[in-house]
Design a protein around this ligand. Structure first.
Ligand code: HH2
Length: 304
């Protein structure tokens, strides 16, 4: 089969069921979980826990929160490569996505055992990124961002946010294809919070089918973001789990195939319920009373 006609998949995972991408930030300044890991062992423990419920682990060594300063590439590599090696040495085989805008970091991460690239600049930041991904033959997530992290939240303006994000992503997909990356390896993401007001984020979520129509898997990263905090009135990002779950479920109902989340176990549980209720016929996995839960979330069947 021609590669560009292949069924959409993510590192060998079929995308006919929604997938959970678990976030592991290796940054001192991430907005929600910055500075979480003091040792590599602490990171490996967190990765092992997250791998029970996440289909893919997204590791990042540079914060892209609004106002964040760029991290030198050498420092970014020092953060992510030992972490990927430690995760692999611990026998954790879950696919790893490297969240970076820099080709040098992506190259080092792929060599260390990462399986895909999550580029929040959609290949615009580093001209070496597209050829690297084409040659490596790995999937890539192309995310929309208006401006750069330092300035993106200063009065972002669109005449029609949904149409503009769609057209921009369409153009980035074309550019990726021209660089030799087949469609079957491309995921798109409207980039919630990246140069968007609360109203822009809500419009994009409500109109997600307009992006789904492009025919590529859509990834949504809403987890703990400030727009969830603004709607719910919850100040601390780590306390925004319920709001994040509601948003992830809504995104999946609108056609998103991958949700990027901090709380993988909770998201897995919510998705399992949604799938059981949504699917017209119970799947074989449900026949014995065992829902498709992560291994940490198995029920004993006794509860109502
Ligand atoms: N959001 C963040 C980082 N990377 N990648 C994709 N594809 N989509 C997103 O929405 C997205 C992303 C920001 O969240 P986080 O990694 O938790 O924070 P920080 O950038 O501060 O490390």
């Amino acid at each position: 089969m021609r590669d560009d006609l292949a069924e959409p998949s993510l590192c060998g995972l079929s995308l006919d069921t929604p997938r959970v991408m678990g976030i592991l930030n290796l940054t001192p300044d991430s907005f929600s979980d910055g500075g979480r890991f003091e040792t590599l062992q602490a990171l490996v423990n967190a990765a092992a826990t997250m791998a029970k419920d996440a289909d893919i682990l997204d590791l990042g060594g540079e914060s892209t929160r609004p106002g964040a300063k760029p991290v030198p590439v050498g420092e970014e590599i020092r953060r992510v490569v030992p972490a990927i090696c430690a995760i692999r040495d611990a026998g954790i085989t879950t696919p790893i996505s490297i969240d970076t805008r820099n080709a040098e970091t992506a190259r080092a991460a792929l060599a260390a055992g990462a399986n895909m690239v999550n580029d929040v600049s959609a290949l615009t930041h580093d001209p070496e990124m597209a050829p690297l991904i084409a040659e490596a033959g790995v999937p890539v997530c192309l995310m929309h961002m208006k401006g750069d992290p330092r300035t993106m939240q200063i009065n972002p303006h669109y005449d029609d946010v949904v149409a503009e994000v769609r057209a921009w992503l369409f153009a980035r997909v074309r550019a990726a294809e021209e660089a030799g990356i087949p469609r079957s390896r491309i995921i798109i993401d409207p980039g919630l919070g990246f140069g968007k007001t609360l109203a822009h984020n809500l419009a994009l979520l409500r109109s997600l089918p307009v992006l789904v129509e492009l025919g590529l898997p859509v990834l949504i990263g809403a987890s703990r973001k400030s727009f969830v905090g603004r709607i719910t009135g919850v100040e601390r990002p780590a306390d925004r789990v319920a709001g994040s779950l509601a948003t992830a479920l809504f995104a999946v109902m609108q056609g998103a195939r991958i949700v990027r989340v901090h709380d993988a176990a909770e998201t897995r549980q919510a998705l399992a319920m949604w799938q059981a209720l949504h699917e017209p016929k119970p799947k074989a996995a449900l026949a014995d009373g065992t829902a498709r839960l992560g291994t940490s979330q198995k029920t004993n069947g006794q509860e109502g």
